[in-house]
Ligand binder design. Structure first.
Ligand code: MRU
Length: 346
């Protein structure tokens, strides 16, 4: 793609991540050589966005595996499952984390006769495969998403579901980047996305860098710009899709979906099928991460509320399936009865 940045990669000894907490002012790459720091990087959103969390978890598992000293399968697998269990405690909502770790555990369980060194090599290859697969999947999301858009449209997005949240292209932003490569120009309105400002710090950063026409608004302006007829469609990424098509995504997404409905604007969700969790029946069962009060009271070190005020800080909300016009996946665009459409995919 035209704009290149690598949110997360692995050199065999270190997981290398672009520290997204430093954006948009500094581009700092961290070389992480231990599990505790990787866990912290995921918790602190230095690497974030559902697919990128999955990729980071895969590389974390490979990092942990490479550091295991074991003589046989039983010893190795016992230590390896401790690594995966530990990484699984980092963030609860994005199912890609668990999807990637399960993929690693399955690999180990299926190779009980392999030597310890072969197991380490298999795990490392699997982690790189997750990254390479994500690149292809994200591009396909762009292909499928582009079937819904026409040159000159203006799209509103919430949070960051772009390159920074994946490997390349992004999920929600993939049609925009792919369109740019093909001369189909889509303009973007980016919601700022309180409280951690993924929209302003990350989405407007990467789209501007890529030369896409992006307009930043604060979250409370979305209704106004829709009412003014400035928005043709909404597209967002997501952290988990339940079996019935309810979607968990960054806090505020639900409100945007209601606004889109009110203004007769299509509301699209774009995600790899690894974000669909058929084990979770409905959105009500999706675990929603709650984060610390300081993010609201003293965001980015700037106190904007009394320090002892009571707060509630869910990081995600659930958009019910009836507000979603279509779910774009790499396997096709799902519409209508999501329960049935999703069941057909798995
Ligand atoms: O808390 P974050 O920044 O990890 O939340 C990210 C989102 O909500 C994204 O929209 C979602 O993970 C999709 S990323 C392609």
């Amino acid at each position: 793609m035209l704009f290149q940045v690598t949110p997360v990669t692995f050199n065999g000894k270190e997981v290398i991540i672009l520290d997204q907490t430093k954006l948009p002012t500094e581009e700092v790459y961290l070389k992480i050589d231990n599990l505790e720091d990787l866990w912290e990087a995921i918790v602190q959103l230095r690497v974030r966005g559902a697919p990128a969390i999955g990729i980071a978890a895969g590389f974390g598992a490979a990092l942990g595996a490479n550091q295991i000293e074991a003589v046989d399968y039983t010893d190795f697998s016992e230590q390896f499952f401790k690594v995966t269990s530990y990484l699984a405690t980092s963030r609860p909502t994005a199912v890609n984390l668990f999807w990637a770790l399960n993929r690693m555990e399955k690999l180990v369980k299926e190779n009980q006769s392999a030597s310890v060194s072969d197991l380490k090599a298999l795990i490392e290859k699997e982690a790189h495969d997750i990254l390479q697969d994500d690149i292809k999947i994200c591009k396909q999301l762009g292909e499928n998403g582009l079937t819904l858009f026409e040159d000159g449209m203006t799209i509103l997005t919430h949070c960051n579901a772009g390159v920074l949240a994946t490997s390349e292209y992004g999920t929600a932003l993939s049609p925009i980047y792919l369109g740019q490569e093909r001369g189909i120009h889509l303009k973007v309105y980016a919601d700022e996305t309180r409280p951690l400002l993924q929209g302003s710090r990350l989405t407007s950063w990467e789209l501007s860098k890529a030369g896409i026409d992006v307009t930043l608004i604060t979250d409370n302006m979305a209704a106004m710009v829709m009412g003014q007829g400035k928005i043709d469609a909404v597209i967002v990424g997501c952290d988990r899709v339940a079996a019935n098509g309810d979607v968990a995504n960054k806090i505020g997404t639900y409100g945007v979906a209601i606004l889109a409905k009110e203004h007769n604007i299509p509301f699209y969700v774009s995600c790899p099928t690894s974000t669909i969790d058929v084990e979770t029946a409905t959105g009500a069962e999706i675990p929603i991460e709650e984060r610390g009060a300081e993010e609201i009271i003293c965001g980015f070190g700037n106190q904007t509320a009394p320090s002892k005020v009571k707060t509630y800080n869910p990081a995600f909300d659930v958009t019910p399936n009836h507000l979603i016009t279509a779910i774009i996946t790499e396997k096709g665009v799902l519409k209508g009865n999501y329960q049935e459409e999703i069941a057909k995919l798995f």
